[in-house]
Ligand binder design. Structure first.
Ligand code: MG
Length: 367
């Protein structure tokens, strides 16, 4: 089996809430997502999706996905898409860095492997653990009372885990955490994600001020060293996200005991193959994980579901269903949230088929 063509489509994903806001005044109202198609000589086609959280979250931007595929694609024509380790070696040899460019191609090749073998991706990634995958809801940054109201609304829809976008004014953030926790049940999980937005002294103030509250602290500061300093002064469960962008960083953070939970995003790490490598190591050493991506629609949500469902339940902290945050459905067959959980499809591959009328014409074609 050989790769004959790699194509990309551009899809706009407007938000149900109108906008998504996080630390430092960053905001997105319409996400720019890329659906990647890998076509084989025998007619099998696999799909992936890459959707950066705007151009100012990770070192990634939407047009960069398409530009990168134009650069990388010609090096992959004629390769067997089922040989995923070999394919990733080829991608790394042809283009240094740029993991988010490689992610869509890698996901599409997992989809092909599933379709070629008749197996869902979660089975190929290790097996289906448990009945379903518990979801969190990201709560866009707003005044404290608005965020508490939004959490109550999503709780009524079945969510039991919430990730508050903080990383703004520390006094307001303390209030955000207090007001939201006050409306939750003891069994609900709350994460305060600062997305690198606090300086070290601000983070120290916040964690001390909420010391009596059951809350996880995620990525308080920009650098790993600042986060580590905060981690060493708090007994809140601690999550690292933006700083853990490679296996090397995971090993370093593990050696420093710098986190209790790590946030693994498929495009941040370069696809399902690389994320599986980090995921399996986390399972071996007992680090729990949020398994997700930077953003996306139905194809991304399907990939997240397969990654999460193939992860042992005790180390699966949360995942999220991005297709419920946006007003456009870009594929049929994707998991749909039901009372705060989702399930990976039993169909071969990712179990999704892009909607032709939504994804529009090819904006990149390499053959
Ligand atoms: Mg995060």
């Amino acid at each position: 089996m050989k790769i004959a063509r790699i194509v990309a489509h551009r899809v706009e994903l407007p938000l149900v809430e109108g906008a998504y806001k996080w630390s430092g005044g960053k905001s997105v109202s319409v996400f720019d997502s890329t659906i990647v198609g890998v076509e084989t000589e025998c007619g099998l086609v696999g799909y992936g999706e890459v959707c950066p959280l705007g151009p100012f979250y990770l070192p990634a931007y939407a047009e960069g996905v398409r530009a990168g595929i134009k650069e990388l694609g010609p090096h992959l024509i004629g390769f067997d898409p089922r040989e995923l380790a070999k394919l990733n070696c080829r991608m790394d040899a042809a283009l240094k860095g740029h993991p988010y460019v490689k992610a869509g191609i890698d996901i599409a090749c997992w989809d092909i492997l599933g379709k070629a073998t008749g197996l869902p991706v979660c089975l190929l990634m290790g097996g289906r653990f448990g009945e379903s995958v518990r979801l969190y809801r990201a709560i866009s940054q707003q005044p404290p009372d608005v965020m508490a109201r939004n959490v109550a609304g999503y709780r009524a829809e079945g969510y039991t885990r919430f990730q508050l976008k903080v990383g703004g004014d520390p006094d307001q953030d303390i209030e955000r955490i207090r007001q939201v926790r006050a409306i939750l049940q003891p069994t609900d999980r709350l994460v305060a994600d600062a997305n690198t937005g606090w300086t070290q002294h601000e983070a120290m103030r916040v964690v001390r001020a909420v010391r009596d509250i059951d809350v996880y602290i995620e990525q308080p500061c920009l650098t790993y060293e600042e986060c580590l300093a905060v981690r060493r002064h708090t007994d809140h469960p601690f999550v690292l996200d933006e700083n853990v962008d490679s296996l090397d960083m995971l090993l370093r953070a593990r050696s420093d005991l710098a986190m209790d939970v790590v946030n693994l995003k498929i495009s941040k790490l370069g696809g399902l193959t690389r994320t599986k490598q980090v995921r399996d190591l986390c399972v071996s050493v007992g680090i729990a994980m949020t398994l997700e991506d930077s953003w996306g629609g139905d194809v991304t949500t399907a990939a997240i579901a397969h990654l999460a469902h193939s992860t042992p339940e005790e180390l699966r902290f949360t995942s999220t269903d991005f297709n419920s945050y946006v007003t456009v459905s870009n594929a049929i067959g994707a998991p749909q949230r039901e009372l705060g959980v989702m399930r990976a499809s039993n169909a071969p591959g990712l179990g999704v088929e892009p909607r032709r009328e939504v994804i529009g014409p090819r904006v990149v074609e390499v053959s």
